[in-house]
Write a protein that binds this ligand. Structure first.
Ligand code: ADP
Length: 232
């Protein structure tokens, strides 16, 4: 079986006037279905750039990226948008929920964009909210929920399209320790049920919950074991 995510020699160079920044300098990364990977690295190491490419928010300057057997490395913006909506569920540090909408309506949104009929939308959004333990909060707006509950709504929103990949960018960065445990517990459950998860984080406490860790530094990947091996 081919990997869910297969990146080879991915480079990303930003050109700002005369200055060129090599944010990724030849990244090879492969993630199998059912894997749970944490990508770690300090500020400025290229984490966001890599996350944008994994999430089909941007394309590499060179190299190839196959997502679920589709080559996304040379796609146009509208093709990328389509792949994002069908294959990737995003969870962001800031939750990115719409404050005027109920939890239910927030979770329905990706299905609205995908053209799913209203009755099916509601049914699937309710099931996703139930999956994250919020069946009794579906009519609450984000402002009426705790941080941990808001992040669970955003996990439900990410899952509602049944994506090939759940991609989380610093998912616990805005949460207290109790809510952090809650979200990490949920990720573990989802992964045990077969969901493929990639988490970008700078926190070891978050990364240690994943099955596997890689470390990015100066736009290059290393396994954390190799990095930690140098410390021990
Ligand atoms: P991290 O998320 O680990 O902080 P980034 O991927 O944001 O790292 O940045 C990696 C490098 O690329 C940094 O040197 C940063 O300044 C540079 N960079 C990121 N985005 C841009 C951009 N849009 N234009 C120019 N340089 C950028």
């Amino acid at each position: 079986m081919s990997p869910m995510l297969d990146m080879s020699a991915v480079r990303k160079t930003y050109s700002t006037g005369v200055v060129q920044v090599e944010a990724l300098r030849g990244v090879d990364l492969s993630v199998d279905q059912g894997d749970y990977l944490a990508i770690m690295g300090p500020s400025g190491s290229g984490k966001s750039t890599l996350m944008h490419i994994i999430g089909c928010l941007d394309v590499p300057t060179s190299g190839t990226y196959l997502l679920d057997d589709t080559d996304v490395s040379k796609m146009t913006e509208s093709q990328l948008a389509e792949v994002r909506n069908r294959k990737i569920g995003f969870v962001f540090q800031q939750f990115n929920l719409l404050s005027s909408l109920s939890a239910l309506r927030n979770v329905e949104l990706p299905l609205v964009y995908a053209g799913v009929p209203a009755a099916t939308r509601k049914e699937r959004a309710l099931a996703a909210l139930d999956r994250v333990g919020l069946a009794d909060r579906v009519q609450h707006r984000p402002g009426e929920l705790s941080g941990g509950q808001q992040q669970r709504v955003s996990v439900a929103r990410a899952l509602v399209t049944d994506p090939a990949l759940l991609l989380a960018d610093e998912p616990t960065g805005n949460l207290d320790s109790h809510s952090t445990e809650e979200i990490l517990g949920l990720f573990a459950e989802l992964n045990e049920a077969g969901r493929t998860i990639v988490v970008i984080t700078h926190e070891f406490e978050v990364a240690e919950h994943a099955k596997r860790r890689v470390f990015i530094r100066d736009g290059l990947l290393a396994t954390t074991d190799a990095v930690l091996g140098g410390v021990h």
